[in-house]
Design a binder for this molecule. Sequence first.
Ligand code: TRP
Length: 426
Amino acid sequence: MTQKRVLTGITTTGTPHLGNYLGAIKPAVRASQDASLSSYFFLADFHALIKCHDPERVARSTREIAATWLALGLDTDNATFYRQSDIPEIPELTWILTCLCSKGLMNRSHAYKASVDANRDAGNQDLDDGVTMGLFSYPVLMAADILMFNAKHIPVGKDQIQHIEMARDIAGRFNHTFADLFVMPEPMIDDPVIIPGLDGRKMSKSYDNTIPLFCSEKELLSLIKQIKTDSRLPGEPKDADSSTLFELYSLFASDQETAEFRSKFEQGIGWGDAKLELFESLNGYLREPRLRYNELMQDLNSVEVLLNKGAEKAREYSVPFMREIREATGIRPLNTTLVGAAKSAPKKKEKSAEQLANAEAGRRRGILMQLKPLLDQVAGAEDKAAEAAQLIATKRAEVDSLKKKAQQKAQNELEILLEELAPYLV
Ligand code: TRP
C-alpha cells in the first residue's frame, strides 16, 4: 500500500487557542488516525527563533503545543510526531538548498517584503532594518522541512502557499543540477473556517483576542464574558447570524443543539444567559482533553519520550536519504568515487504518469529559473528577434562544444530556450 505522505509544521511561539484547534489541530489529529495516510507533524522550533528571541516563551510554547496535540488524541503510532531540532539532517539539507536557491527568489518572499514595506512606510533609510538572515532565508528552511521527507501533501494556510511554491522551485533546481531525488510538494488548503475572537474579528494572537484551548474553567468563563455583544435587552429577539457568541457555539455543538440555540436567540435570551450556555457547551467539549492536557503538563517526561520516539522514526527516513543527497552533491567518503560511478544513480521505482509529469514540470521550472536572466535580456532588447536568434546560436555552439553530461544539460536548456523564444524566432 502506498500511503499519501502529509507533512506540516507548527511554529512554537504561542499558546494553542480555539482558532488553532479548528483550523489545524483537529484536521491533523484526524489525519494522524487515518491508516491510508503517512503523516509527519512537527514542532517547528527552529522556525520559532526567526521571530522570537525569548527562550522561556519558545520552551513553554513547545511544551504546550506538544501536550495539546497529544491530549487531543494525536496517534503517534500511525503518524510521526517530532521536534524539528531533533532532526540534524534538516539544517544540513537547509545549507545544501541554500547553495542552490537564488537570492532573487528570496527577495520575492512575502514575509521579507512585508518587513521592507514596513521600513519604507516608516521612512526608514535602511530598508533591511531588523531583517535577520533567518527571516530572509526562512523559505529555504521550510523547503528543507518538506523535502527532507519527500512529503507531497502540505496542509497550510493561504499565507504559506508561496513557501510551498518556493520549495518546488528549489527542489526542481536540485533535481536538475544533481539527481532527481525530490518529490514536488503541493499545498493542501482546506476551506478556511474563520473563527471569531473575543472582539468579533478573526481569532488571532496578533489581535490579542484569543481563547486558549486549555485555560482553566474559571478563565474560560471570564473570557466568554468579555465577548462583544450588542445592547439588546433580555426579551428582545437577537440576530444569531451576526453574533460572535452564536458562531462560536455552532462551531463546537451538534446541528440540533445549534438549532435550539438559534431559537433561543429568536425568543430573546439575555446575553448573560447566552454566555453561560456557550460556556457550558464549550466546557463540556473541552473538559476531558483538558484533564489529559493537565496530566501531560505534569508529566513532561512522558511527552519527551514520545517526541524521542517520533524523532527516531523520522530519522529512519532522513538519515539514509541525507546520505543519498550528500552523495549526489559530491560530498562522499574518499573511497567511493569508483563504486559511486559504477553504481551510478540509485535505482528508481516505477513512477506514475502524474509523478512523471510533476517531475517534468519541476525540471522545467528549475531550468527556466536559471535561464531567466537570458530571457529577460531578450525581452528587454530593442531587436528581440535578433537577440533571440543570437542567444540560440550561442547556446547551439555551446551544446556542440561540450561533452556528454554537460552537453545533455546544455541541450535541455537549448530546448527550453527554443520553446520560450519561439514567438521571436520566425
Ligand atoms: N511556516 C509555517 C507557518 O508559519 C510553519 C511551518 C514550518 C511549516 N515548516 C513547515 C508548515 C513545513 C508546513 C510545512 O505556518
